[in-house]
Ligand binder design. Structure first.
Ligand code: MLT
Ligand code: ZN
Length: 466
């Protein structure tokens, strides 16, 4: 815990109503992300409103070696924002200003606490698009998106946060400010330091502002929900759609078990297909409905006749499109409401997906019957979310150790296939022991050197990532 004299001083750095003490019931939410640890412990939550205030807070914490956890919307799934040792939480809830939108340069300058949905809305109102799109967009914040290098539903078309960030304002552990690149598209003047902070999970610096790249809105998109017999057929489908002229905006998949979990929690969400199949693909292409019918209907007919597709539903209006997207977007929260959840967020080269799935299903068939394996994810990017769902009456520790045992067989398989133990959720608190499956000893060593030189006191998000 942080000593009372430091708490008292830190409070004086902000106006009176800009903090929460740990005895305030509202503070509990700031100690945990969506992984919901069984116990948490914080010393204080601070709500700075400016970069200058963050500088003052960090300078003081550096001077007195106080641990700080930068905190966005806390929708993370690897414990990156969890506080277990009485840390100071630096929340960006009050730094939520849209600073500037440049419609010609297609850039958006925001403070770190702006939500993903807010950034999308202002871009849309200007006739443009902020392309990073997540199921958690209503509460996830841009600063957290940057710290975790969020990917999401449209990665296949536009990439993730690394592609979406043009410039950053970062406050280092010692309170120094770095203004990195601002809003230039081209700036070839040496090492691009902003990339150090994107995906570094808040251990190297605190992002306070960002300039984001916007893209042109597609004139129209067409959505398809396809029932597919297996992962091999999903890859064939991807290959067929890759050959078409219209860009793929999203290529997501979920299994029938994933759908059942959603339907159980939200009975009003129903699959608009006659035949239940093992896999479903949600495919969004940038094409107007008229040309879609002309050029894609014959393709669909062929895919149906060849058995690559078992059934298809094409929403005809935005309401139907929303209903189809809801199945995919509600999976995470429905899982959380259905029992114990343990997540492996993996990626493999796209061509290896079928082999990977087959081997995973062989490994996981030895799981106890109280544990179901639920698969979904951004299959077009080679990213599968493997979710172990345990009955809520199962002992939590027993559940976790079963999942870990299985994981210990899946990770070497990933290594063999050239995959990653975390495609997009990050390492956080939960996956540090397994980082070596995806990063060499030399890489981990250099990451530690970088951490040491930017945060020699080790005060920024201690215990995370490394
Ligand atoms: C998603 O794709 O919906 C998220 O990454 C969340 C999850 O894996 O649970
Ligand atoms: Zn995801």
């Amino acid at each position: 815990m942080i000593a009372p004299q430091h708490i008292a001083h830190l409070k004086t750095l902000l106006p009176a109503n800009r903090h929460l003490d740990p005895d305030n019931p509202q503070s509990a939410a700031y100690a945990a992300d969506w992984t919901k640890p069984t116990s948490t412990c914080i010393s204080l939550v601070l709500f700075p409103e400016t970069t200058a205030q963050v500088v003052q807070i960090m300078s003081y914490c550096h001077q007195h070696k106080l641990a700080v956890v930068p905190s966005g919307g806390r929708t993370g799934l690897s414990g990156g924002a969890n506080c277990l040792h009485g840390e100071l939480v630096l929340s960006f809830d009050k730094m939520n200003q849209i600073k500037h939108l440049d419609p010609i340069g297609m850039t958006l300058h925001v403070e770190a606490g702006v939500t993903t949905a807010q950034a999308q809305d202002v871009a849309r109102e200007a006739g443009l698009m902020f392309a990073v799109d997540l199921a958690a967009k209503g509460s996830s914040q841009i600063g957290g998106n940057i710290a975790t290098n969020a990917g999401g539903l449209r990665f296949i078309r536009h990439g993730g946060m690394r592609e979406a960030v043009l410039g950053l304002t970062v406050v280092l552990a010692n309170g120094e400010i770095l203004d990195l690149n601002s809003n230039l598209y081209k700036n070839n003047t040496g090492i691009d330091l902003k990339h150090l902070f994107i995906g570094s999970e808040g251990i190297l610096g605190v992002v306070t502002e960002a300039t984001l790249k916007l893209v042109q809105q597609p004139r129209e998109t067409s959505l398809l929900l396809l029932a597919i017999p297996d992962m091999n057929a999903i890859l064939q489908l991807l290959s067929e759609f890759r050959k078409q002229p219209a860009p793929i905006q999203a290529f997501e998949f979920f299994t029938h078990s994933a759908y059942e979990v959603v339907h159980q929690i939200h009975p009003n969400i129903a699959l608009p297909l006659d035949q239940p199949t093992s896999h479903y693909v949600l495919l969004e292409v940038e094409v107007e409905s008229e040309s879609f019918e002309k050029s894609y209907f014959p393709l669909l007919e062929r895919l149906l006749s060849e058995g690559i597709c078992a059934d298809a539903f094409i929403p005809t209006n935005t309401r139907e499109q929303g209903e189809v997207w809801a199945i995919r977007e509600r999976i995470t929260e429905s899982l959380a409401a259905s029992g114990h959840v343990h997540k492996n967020d993996i990626s493999v080269p796209v061509h290896a997906l079928a082999t990977f799935e087959l081997e995973v299903l062989q490994i996981t068939q030895h799981l106890q019957p109280e544990i179901r394996m639920i698969l979904f994810g951004h299959v077009g990017d080679g990213n599968i979310h493997l979710n172990y769902l345990g009955n809520s009456n199962m002992d939590r520790q027993k559940f976790t150790s079963q999942c870990k045992e299985t994981e210990a067989q899946i990770y070497p398989l990933l290594q063999k296939l050239g995959g990653s133990i975390s495609a997009e959720h990050g390492i956080g608190l939960l996956k540090q022991d397994d980082l070596h499956y995806s990063r060499s000893a030399a890489e981990i060593n250099w990451m530690k050197h970088i951490k040491q030189s930017l945060d020699p006191q080790g005060i920024l998000n201690p215990g995370k990532l490394l």
